[in-house]
Design a protein around this ligand. Structure first.
Ligand code: CA
Length: 440
């Protein structure tokens, strides 16, 4: 677990005024990474760091005599069009770059430094983003007990989670090719579904399209095949976290998934936020990871004092829906739910330890989905199937429209941030994806 240091000091200010704005996502204490270019230009994508309403262009920064040593090596790697090499450098390099950039952006930087840095800034309003690393493997977990119970109880009001849920951070291996960055637009998928009582399935456009509120966990340094990552060291292998929407076709899913898990129901689109908030930036918002005494306690390889002490993370999360009608009428998006990642049954470190315990190799740039994040209270569900109990109780949007599942033209926005008295508020930006009509 990363210790608090001067880069977490809530009183630190930047010479860039927009970084000090109350309620902003990107103060000097955050410094998340993305890959970007000026929108509408054919210039190459390169790595950047968010500060206020600007992107610090790391390629431009690395070309100036402002960094040295490990921080310069890290900046050169983090400036590339994919962050895999930067991830592979490991925690010392990630930290060296963060601390060097923090010093350059702080309000006590020399005037000449400020002048040089201003040459490296690009307004966020003028850029477009891409998926920030070459993702070799994508694993989607299932680690919210409230989500798992909500889904189970749709079938049976007295239902429980499957017995393995309380012992294993379960997951399936997902599809990389359709992971897109915020702004992704995709067609409603076609597929087989089995109507209630029917003997044979039919083929048509998904009628029960859903989103899943998740976080994306970026693997930094990997491990060798056959060398499991112990839980106590698991976080050394995590670079940071983004927002992730695991779009889901529920009618296709419920027909196809037994016994081998989701397939077409999940492989048509996954939308991530462009910015990756580092584990170092998240350090102030760590909470004890707890397991109620009445629940099974983890097996030894999933148990560790450090995980108990700070394995959970209080990341506040919201889901918003903007329909086509709302867009046309200028009504804006409606909030569907809000919760926190703190309620998750398994921690990110336990996901890493369990994933590798059989000898599986993780590589820099691998991506984990946290699994749908639902909290215990009303309005904390991370999927519309839970909120509406599979369309039995539709939600009403702020301008009066109703939804059981998603309709064509709907955009789903995920937002996330951390805040705590005595610490700066840091945000994740946004993940936005839009449903287009089915093809054909
Ligand atoms: Ca999922």
């Amino acid at each position: 677990m990363i210790a608090l240091n001067h880069t977490h000091d809530a009183s630190a200010r930047s010479w860039l005024a927009s970084a000090n704005a109350a309620g902003g996502d990107f103060p000097i204490q955050n410094l998340p990474h993305a890959v970007f270019r000026r929108a509408g230009h054919s210039e190459p994508f390169r790595g950047g760091i968010a500060i206020g309403d600007q992107v610090l262009d790391l390629a431009a920064l690395a070309a100036r005599p402002l960094l040295e040593g490990l921080a310069l090596d890290a900046a050169r790697a983090a400036a590339l069009p994919a962050l895999n090499d930067f991830f592979a450098l490991g925690g010392r390099a990630w930290q060296a770059l963060r601390h060097a950039v923090f010093a350059l952006l702080r309000d006590d930087a020399p005037a000449a430094t400020v002048e040089a840095l201003r040459q490296c800034l690009v307004p966020q309003a003028e850029v477009e983003y891409t998926v920030p690393a070459r993702i070799g493997d994508y694993t989607d977990f299932y680690t919210s007990i409230d989500h798992a119970l909500n889904i189970s109880r749709l079938m049976n009001p007295d239902g429980d989670v499957t017995p393995n849920f309380r012992w294993i951070p379960t997951a399936y291996h997902g599809r990389v090719s359709t992971i897109g960055v915020s702004g992704q637009r995709f067609h409603r998928p076609m597929g087989q579904t089995l109507a209630p009582g029917a003997k044979a399935p039919t083929f048509h456009a998904c009628a029960r399209l859903d989103y899943e509120l998740e976080l994306g966990i970026w693997i930094g340094a990997g491990n060798a095949a056959g060398a499991p990552i112990p839980l106590a060291q698991a976080e050394d292998h995590i670079f940071g976290i983004c927002l992730l929407n695991d779009w889901s076709a529920r009618d296709i899913q419920f027909w196809e998934m037994a016994p081998l898990g989701p397939f077409l129901a999940k492989n048509f689109a996954t939308t991530i936020s462009p910015w990756i908030v580092t584990m170092e930036a998240l350090a102030p918002y760590r909470l004890p990871w707890t397991r109620p005494a009445a629940e099974p306690q983890p097996l030894a390889y999933l148990e560790d004092p450090g995980n108990r002490e700070g394995g959970a993370i209080d990341i506040r999360l919201e889901v918003w829906l903007e329909s086509e009608q709302a867009r046309r009428g200028g009504h804006g998006a409606s909030r569907l739910s809000r919760t926190s990642f703190r309620h998750q049954y398994w921690s990110v470190a336990q996901m890493v330890a369990h994933h590798t315990v059989g000898g599986c190799q993780l590589n820099p740039g691998d991506l984990f989905g946290s699994g749908t994040i639902s909290g215990p209270g009303p309005g904390e569900a991370g999927a519309i199937i839970e909120l509406t109990r599979a369309a039995q109780s539709p939600v009403t949007l702020s301008h009066g429209e109703r939804r059981g599942f998603l309709e064509d033209g709907d955009a789903v926005l995920l937002r996330g941030w951390c805040e705590k008295p005595g610490h700066a508020r840091i945000g994740f930006g946004e993940s936005r994806g839009t449903v287009l009509p089915a093809i054909g």
